[in-house]
Ligand binder design. Structure first.
Ligand code: PXP
Length: 246
Protein backbone atom coordinates (compact mmCIF):
# COMPACT_ATOMS: atom_id res chain seq x y z
CA UNK A 1 0.00 0.00 0.00
CA UNK A 2 1.44 3.36 -1.07
CA UNK A 3 1.66 6.15 1.51
CA UNK A 4 -0.94 8.83 0.79
CA UNK A 5 0.71 12.22 1.24
CA UNK A 6 -1.10 15.14 2.85
CA UNK A 7 -0.33 18.60 1.57
CA UNK A 8 -1.73 21.21 3.94
CA UNK A 9 -2.85 24.39 2.21
CA UNK A 10 -2.27 27.37 4.50
CA UNK A 11 -3.81 30.10 2.30
CA UNK A 12 -6.64 30.89 4.67
CA UNK A 13 -4.37 31.49 7.63
CA UNK A 14 -3.20 34.41 5.49
CA UNK A 15 -6.82 35.33 4.73
CA UNK A 16 -7.44 35.84 8.46
CA UNK A 17 -4.15 37.70 8.91
CA UNK A 18 -4.97 40.01 6.02
CA UNK A 19 -8.36 40.88 7.53
CA UNK A 20 -6.38 43.04 9.99
CA UNK A 21 -3.34 43.72 7.83
CA UNK A 22 -0.88 42.74 10.57
CA UNK A 23 1.29 39.68 11.13
CA UNK A 24 -1.05 37.41 13.11
CA UNK A 25 -1.87 34.60 12.46
CA UNK A 26 1.42 33.78 10.76
CA UNK A 27 1.15 31.25 7.88
CA UNK A 28 4.73 30.14 8.55
CA UNK A 29 3.80 29.19 12.10
CA UNK A 30 0.84 27.24 10.70
CA UNK A 31 3.18 25.49 8.26
CA UNK A 32 5.49 24.42 11.10
CA UNK A 33 2.53 23.20 13.09
CA UNK A 34 1.24 21.27 10.05
CA UNK A 35 4.62 19.61 9.72
CA UNK A 36 4.65 18.66 13.40
CA UNK A 37 1.13 17.24 12.97
CA UNK A 38 2.20 14.95 10.14
CA UNK A 39 1.77 16.94 6.94
CA UNK A 40 4.01 15.71 4.14
CA UNK A 41 4.09 19.05 2.38
CA UNK A 42 2.80 22.61 2.43
CA UNK A 43 0.72 24.11 -0.35
CA UNK A 44 0.29 27.84 -0.91
CA UNK A 45 -1.43 29.68 -3.73
CA UNK A 46 0.10 33.03 -4.62
CA UNK A 47 -2.83 34.68 -6.36
CA UNK A 48 -2.42 37.50 -8.84
CA UNK A 49 -4.45 39.78 -6.54
CA UNK A 50 -2.48 38.61 -3.41
CA UNK A 51 -5.76 38.23 -1.54
CA UNK A 52 -4.22 35.79 0.95
CA UNK A 53 -0.63 34.52 0.58
CA UNK A 54 1.90 37.31 -0.04
CA UNK A 55 5.23 37.37 -1.86
CA UNK A 56 6.96 37.62 1.53
CA UNK A 57 5.12 34.47 2.69
CA UNK A 58 6.46 32.57 -0.31
CA UNK A 59 10.00 33.77 0.39
CA UNK A 60 9.79 32.54 3.98
CA UNK A 61 8.15 29.24 3.06
CA UNK A 62 10.78 28.57 0.40
CA UNK A 63 13.64 29.42 2.78
CA UNK A 64 12.44 27.94 6.04
CA UNK A 65 10.31 24.88 5.29
CA UNK A 66 11.89 21.49 5.86
CA UNK A 67 9.11 19.64 4.02
CA UNK A 68 8.31 20.14 0.31
CA UNK A 69 6.58 23.31 -0.84
CA UNK A 70 3.93 23.06 -3.54
CA UNK A 71 3.48 26.54 -5.01
CA UNK A 72 0.15 27.03 -6.77
CA UNK A 73 0.22 29.67 -9.45
CA UNK A 74 -1.66 30.89 -12.50
CA UNK A 75 0.12 30.45 -15.82
CA UNK A 76 1.48 33.99 -16.18
CA UNK A 77 4.95 35.43 -16.75
CA UNK A 78 4.88 37.14 -13.34
CA UNK A 79 4.13 33.91 -11.48
CA UNK A 80 6.59 31.91 -13.55
CA UNK A 81 9.37 34.34 -12.60
CA UNK A 82 8.46 33.98 -8.90
CA UNK A 83 8.46 30.19 -9.12
CA UNK A 84 11.81 30.17 -10.92
CA UNK A 85 13.28 32.50 -8.28
CA UNK A 86 12.21 30.26 -5.38
CA UNK A 87 12.38 26.82 -6.98
CA UNK A 88 9.71 25.09 -4.90
CA UNK A 89 9.66 21.30 -4.88
CA UNK A 90 6.51 21.40 -7.04
CA UNK A 91 4.36 23.95 -8.75
CA UNK A 92 0.70 23.41 -9.54
CA UNK A 93 -0.73 25.47 -12.38
CA UNK A 94 -4.29 26.53 -11.60
CA UNK A 95 -6.87 28.64 -13.44
CA UNK A 96 -7.61 32.06 -12.03
CA UNK A 97 -9.66 33.48 -14.90
CA UNK A 98 -12.96 32.14 -16.18
CA UNK A 99 -11.59 31.71 -19.68
CA UNK A 100 -8.89 29.30 -18.43
CA UNK A 101 -11.41 26.95 -16.83
CA UNK A 102 -13.37 23.97 -17.97
CA UNK A 103 -17.06 24.02 -17.09
CA UNK A 104 -16.54 22.68 -13.58
CA UNK A 105 -13.42 24.58 -12.63
CA UNK A 106 -10.16 22.81 -13.54
CA UNK A 107 -7.60 24.10 -15.98
CA UNK A 108 -8.68 23.77 -19.61
CA UNK A 109 -5.51 22.04 -20.79
CA UNK A 110 -7.24 20.38 -23.75
CA UNK A 111 -8.74 23.65 -24.98
CA UNK A 112 -5.61 25.64 -24.18
CA UNK A 113 -4.11 25.26 -27.65
CA UNK A 114 -0.69 24.45 -26.22
CA UNK A 115 -0.32 27.76 -24.38
CA UNK A 116 0.45 25.94 -21.13
CA UNK A 117 3.34 23.98 -22.63
CA UNK A 118 5.71 26.95 -22.27
CA UNK A 119 5.02 27.22 -18.52
CA UNK A 120 5.33 23.46 -18.00
CA UNK A 121 8.65 23.37 -19.86
CA UNK A 122 10.06 26.43 -18.11
CA UNK A 123 9.26 25.05 -14.66
CA UNK A 124 10.58 21.60 -15.56
CA UNK A 125 13.76 23.18 -16.87
CA UNK A 126 14.40 24.56 -13.38
CA UNK A 127 13.95 21.12 -11.79
CA UNK A 128 10.46 21.91 -10.44
CA UNK A 129 7.88 19.13 -10.54
CA UNK A 130 4.88 20.37 -12.50
CA UNK A 131 1.29 19.64 -11.67
CA UNK A 132 -1.85 20.68 -13.56
CA UNK A 133 -5.13 21.14 -11.70
CA UNK A 134 -7.76 19.49 -13.90
CA UNK A 135 -11.25 18.05 -13.89
CA UNK A 136 -11.63 14.28 -13.90
CA UNK A 137 -11.94 14.27 -17.70
CA UNK A 138 -9.88 11.89 -19.85
CA UNK A 139 -9.21 14.56 -22.50
CA UNK A 140 -7.73 16.90 -19.89
CA UNK A 141 -5.45 14.14 -18.61
CA UNK A 142 -4.35 13.25 -22.13
CA UNK A 143 -3.60 16.89 -22.83
CA UNK A 144 -1.64 17.19 -19.56
CA UNK A 145 0.49 14.22 -20.58
CA UNK A 146 0.98 15.62 -24.07
CA UNK A 147 2.39 18.91 -22.82
CA UNK A 148 4.78 17.17 -20.44
CA UNK A 149 3.28 17.59 -16.94
CA UNK A 150 4.60 15.19 -14.26
CA UNK A 151 1.42 15.33 -12.17
CA UNK A 152 -2.31 15.93 -12.49
CA UNK A 153 -4.25 17.15 -9.50
CA UNK A 154 -7.87 16.12 -9.90
CA UNK A 155 -10.45 18.69 -8.83
CA UNK A 156 -12.67 17.18 -6.14
CA UNK A 157 -14.98 20.21 -5.86
CA UNK A 158 -17.93 18.75 -7.78
CA UNK A 159 -17.70 15.54 -5.70
CA UNK A 160 -17.59 17.47 -2.41
CA UNK A 161 -20.38 19.86 -3.41
CA UNK A 162 -22.73 17.15 -4.75
CA UNK A 163 -26.22 17.68 -3.38
CA UNK A 164 -27.27 14.06 -2.99
CA UNK A 165 -25.80 10.59 -2.66
CA UNK A 166 -26.40 9.66 -6.31
CA UNK A 167 -24.66 12.77 -7.59
CA UNK A 168 -21.75 12.22 -5.21
CA UNK A 169 -21.42 8.57 -6.27
CA UNK A 170 -21.38 9.71 -9.90
CA UNK A 171 -18.62 12.26 -9.23
CA UNK A 172 -16.63 9.72 -7.20
CA UNK A 173 -16.75 7.26 -10.08
CA UNK A 174 -15.45 9.92 -12.48
CA UNK A 175 -12.53 10.59 -10.12
CA UNK A 176 -11.82 6.86 -9.66
CA UNK A 177 -11.71 6.35 -13.45
CA UNK A 178 -9.55 9.42 -13.96
CA UNK A 179 -7.09 8.25 -11.30
CA UNK A 180 -6.72 4.89 -13.05
CA UNK A 181 -6.30 6.62 -16.41
CA UNK A 182 -3.67 8.98 -14.97
CA UNK A 183 -1.58 5.99 -13.91
CA UNK A 184 -1.99 4.38 -17.35
CA UNK A 185 -0.69 7.59 -18.88
CA UNK A 186 2.28 7.61 -16.49
CA UNK A 187 1.07 10.72 -14.63
CA UNK A 188 1.35 11.03 -10.85
CA UNK A 189 -2.14 11.63 -9.52
CA UNK A 190 -3.07 14.07 -6.76
CA UNK A 191 -6.50 15.35 -5.74
CA UNK A 192 -8.02 18.18 -3.80
CA UNK A 193 -10.46 21.03 -3.32
CA UNK A 194 -13.27 21.15 -0.80
CA UNK A 195 -12.32 17.95 1.04
CA UNK A 196 -13.70 17.57 4.56
CA UNK A 197 -13.86 14.90 7.29
CA UNK A 198 -17.06 13.67 5.59
CA UNK A 199 -15.72 13.44 2.05
CA UNK A 200 -12.05 12.46 2.38
CA UNK A 201 -12.25 8.69 2.98
CA UNK A 202 -13.58 7.54 -0.44
CA UNK A 203 -10.95 9.71 -2.17
CA UNK A 204 -8.21 8.40 0.13
CA UNK A 205 -9.29 4.87 -0.80
CA UNK A 206 -8.40 5.35 -4.48
CA UNK A 207 -5.06 3.54 -4.68
CA UNK A 208 -3.54 5.47 -7.60
CA UNK A 209 -3.96 8.84 -5.88
CA UNK A 210 -0.74 9.59 -3.98
CA UNK A 211 -1.36 13.07 -2.55
CA UNK A 212 -4.29 15.11 -1.25
CA UNK A 213 -4.13 18.87 -0.84
CA UNK A 214 -6.48 20.18 1.82
CA UNK A 215 -6.84 23.68 3.19
CA UNK A 216 -10.06 25.60 3.72
CA UNK A 217 -11.84 22.97 5.80
CA UNK A 218 -8.80 22.40 8.04
CA UNK A 219 -8.35 26.08 8.77
CA UNK A 220 -12.09 26.48 9.45
CA UNK A 221 -12.24 23.35 11.58
CA UNK A 222 -9.28 24.61 13.62
CA UNK A 223 -11.61 27.32 14.95
CA UNK A 224 -13.76 24.65 16.55
CA UNK A 225 -10.99 22.38 17.75
CA UNK A 226 -8.74 25.26 18.82
CA UNK A 227 -10.99 28.10 19.97
CA UNK A 228 -11.79 26.55 23.31
CA UNK A 229 -8.16 26.20 24.51
CA UNK A 230 -7.38 29.69 23.13
CA UNK A 231 -10.24 31.20 25.17
CA UNK A 232 -9.25 29.23 28.28
CA UNK A 233 -5.66 30.50 27.97
CA UNK A 234 -6.84 34.11 27.59
CA UNK A 235 -9.14 33.68 30.60
CA UNK A 236 -6.26 32.35 32.65
CA UNK A 237 -3.87 35.15 31.57
CA UNK A 238 -6.54 37.70 32.47
CA UNK A 239 -7.05 36.10 35.88
CA UNK A 240 -3.28 35.96 36.53
CA UNK A 241 -2.92 39.58 35.46
CA UNK A 242 -5.75 40.72 37.70
CA UNK A 243 -4.31 38.81 40.67
CA UNK A 244 -0.79 40.16 40.20
CA UNK A 245 -2.13 43.73 40.23
CA UNK A 246 -4.11 43.22 43.41
N1 PXP B 1 -5.77 21.95 -4.76
C1 PXP B 1 -5.76 23.05 -5.52
C2 PXP B 1 -5.12 23.01 -6.86
C3 PXP B 1 -6.33 24.24 -5.04
O1 PXP B 1 -6.31 25.35 -5.81
C4 PXP B 1 -6.88 24.26 -3.75
C5 PXP B 1 -7.46 25.52 -3.21
O2 PXP B 1 -6.51 26.53 -3.17
C6 PXP B 1 -6.83 23.09 -2.99
C7 PXP B 1 -6.30 21.93 -3.53
C8 PXP B 1 -7.35 23.04 -1.59
O3 PXP B 1 -8.73 23.23 -1.56
P1 PXP B 1 -9.45 23.50 -0.18
O4 PXP B 1 -8.87 24.76 0.38
O5 PXP B 1 -10.87 23.62 -0.55
O6 PXP B 1 -9.16 22.33 0.71
Amino acid sequence: MKHLRLGVNIDHVATIRNARGGVHPDPMRAARLAEAAGADGITAHLREDRRHISDADITRLAEELTIPLNLEIAATEEMLAIALAHKPNASCLVPEKRAERTTEGGLDVAGGHNSLRYYVESLKGAGIRVSLFVEAEPRQLEAAKKIGAHIVEIHTGAYCDALDAAARAHELERIQKAAVFAEELGLECHAGHGLTYDTVAPIAAIPTIVELNIGHFLIGEAIFSGLEPAIRKMRSLMDDGRRSGA
